[in-house]
Design a protein around this ligand. Structure first.
Ligand code: AHG
Ligand code: MN
Ligand code: MN
Length: 341
C-alpha cells in the first residue's frame, strides 16, 4: 500500500504515525497470529494506567500530592502520596481489564488474586524512585508480565518463577515527557506520550544498547560496605583508561528507571551491589530486577547478580525478594564479571 506523504512532506507533517495500539496489533499479527487478543487488551489496560499516573504526577504540585502519606509499605519505606495513588490506579486498571488474575505490587504486602478469569500475572513497582519525587526528578512505573501456568487458577506459583518466563516487560518514565520502553520478547521499542492525542507514539523502534560506554552508575555512598572485588573494579574505572586516556564518568540519579533509561540510550553500567549492609542488595527481583533485565537483554545488553549469574535465571522464593544487580552494555558487564572472585 502506498502511504500518501508527498503533500504532507512539503508541510513537514507526519501523517503515518505508529501508535502503541497499532504497534501491539502488528506485533500480534507478526508474532502470535493465533493469539486470542488477550495480551493486546492487557497492554491497553497497562497504557491507560500509565496515562492516568502521568496525569496525576503532572498535577501533583498543583494539587499538593507531593510529600508523605504517613503510611508505610511491606519493606518499611515511608510511602509518598503518589506511591499510594499510583498503586491504586494500577490495581484498578488491572482489575477492570478482565485479563489479569494475579497482581504483585511493591506497595502490597501480599499477592492480589482478582475474581474472574484473567490469564496473566503482573508484577509492578507502581512508582519507582519516589524518594526523588519532591525534587521533580523523573520517576517511573516498572512492570513484568507472566502468562498463568496452564493448570493454574491464579496463585503465588504463577509469579515465583524465573524471569526468563516473563512474556512482557518494561517501564514508563514520567519526566519532561512520558516515555514507555517495552519488550514482548522481540526486541525493545520506545514510545512517547503525545498528550494532545492521548496516544503513545513509536519514537525509538528496535532500540539497541551501545556495546560499551565509559559511564558507571552506582551509589558510591555504600562503597564502605562493598566487597573488595567491587571496590577494586570501581577504582580501576576511575583511572585513565588505556583506550582513551580518560577515566569513566559517574552518573547516578537515584531513580532506577531514570538510571536504566540513560544506560539503555547511552550505554554504560548501572548497579546496585549486594553488600555487607544490605546483604541481598536493595532492588526487588520480581518488579525491578526481572523487567529491567529482560529489557537489557532484548536490547543486546546483559544483566547479572554479584556472582555473575544471569538475573533472568534466578528463582525468587518470596514476592519481595531482593538481589544485587549489574546491568548495561555487554562489554561493561563482561568487564565487571572478570573481577568476581
Ligand atoms: P522505590 O522508589 O520504588 O522504592 O525504588 C527506589 C530504588 C531505585 O529506584 C533506585 O535505584 C534505588 O532505590 C536508589 O537507592 P539509593 O537511594 O540507596 O541509592
Ligand atoms: Mn523501585
Ligand atoms: Mn516504588
Amino acid at each position: 500500500m502506498t502511504n500518501f506523504t508527498s503533500a504532507s512532506e512539503q508541510m513537514n507533517v507526519e501523517t503515518d504515525i505508529i501508535t502503541l495500539t497499532r504497534f501491539i496489533l502488528e506485533e500480534q499479527k507478526n508474532f502470535a497470529p493465533t493469539a486470542t487478543g488477550e495480551l493486546t487488551l492487557l497492554l491497553n489496560a497497562l497504557q491507560f494506567a500509565f496515562k492516568f499516573i502521568a496525569h496525576n504526577i503532572r498535577r501533583a504540585e498543583l494539587i499538593n500530592l507531593i510529600g508523605v502519606s504517613g503510611s508505610a509499605n511491606s519493606t518499611g519505606d515511608v510511602q509518598k502520596k503518589l506511591d499510594v495513588i499510583g498503586d491504586e490506579i494500577f490495581i484498578n486498571a488491572m482489575k477492570s481489564s478482565g485479563n489479569v488474575k494475579v497482581l504483585v505490587s511493591e506497595e502490597q504486602d501480599d499477592l492480589i488474586v482478582f475474581e474472574g478469569g484473567g490469564r496473566y500475572a503482573v508484577c509492578t513497582d507502581p512508582i519507582d524512585g519516589s524518594s526523588n519525587i519532591d525534587a521533580g526528578v523523573s520517576v517511573g512505573t516498572i512492570f513484568g508480565v507472566y502468562k498463568l501456568k496452564d493448570d493454574s487458577n491464579g496463585s503465588i506459583n504463577d509469579v515465583l518463577r524465573k524471569g526468563s518466563e516473563m512474556v512482557v516487560a518494561g517501564y514508563t518514565m514520567y519526566g519532561a515527557s512520558t516515555h514507555l520502553m517495552l519488550t514482548t520478547g522481540h526486541g525493545v521499542n520506545g514510545f512517547t506520550l503525545d498528550t494532545q492525542l492521548g496516544e503513545f507514539i513509536l519514537t525509538q523502534p528496535n532500540l539497541v544498547i551501545p556495546q560499551s560506554r565509559a559511564i558507571y552508575s552506582f551509589n558510591e555512598g555504600n562503597s564502605y560496605y562493598w566487597p573488595k572485588y567491587v571496590q577494586k573494579y570501581v577504582e580501576d574505572l576511575k583511572k585513565p583508561q588505556e583506550s582513551t586516556g580518560k577515566p569513566y564518568s559517574s552518573r547516578y540519579i537515584g531513580s532506577m528507571v531514570a538510571d536504566v533509561h540513560r544506560t539503555l540510550l547511552y550505554g554504560g553500567i548501572f548497579a546496585y551491589p549486594a553488600d555487607s549492609k544490605s546483604k541481598n542488595g536493595k532492588l526487588r527481583i520480581l518488579y525491578e530486577c526481572f523487567p529491567m533485565a529482560m529489557l537489557m537483554e532484548q536490547a543486546g545488553g546483559a544483566c547479572v547478580n554479584d556472582k555473575g549469574e544471569r538475573i533472568l535465571d534466578l528463582l525468587p522464593k518470596g514476592i519481595h525478594d531482593k538481589s544485587g544487580i549489574w546491568m548495561g552494555s555487554k562489554g561493561e558487564v563482561d568487564r565487571f564479571v572478570k573481577y568476581i572472585e
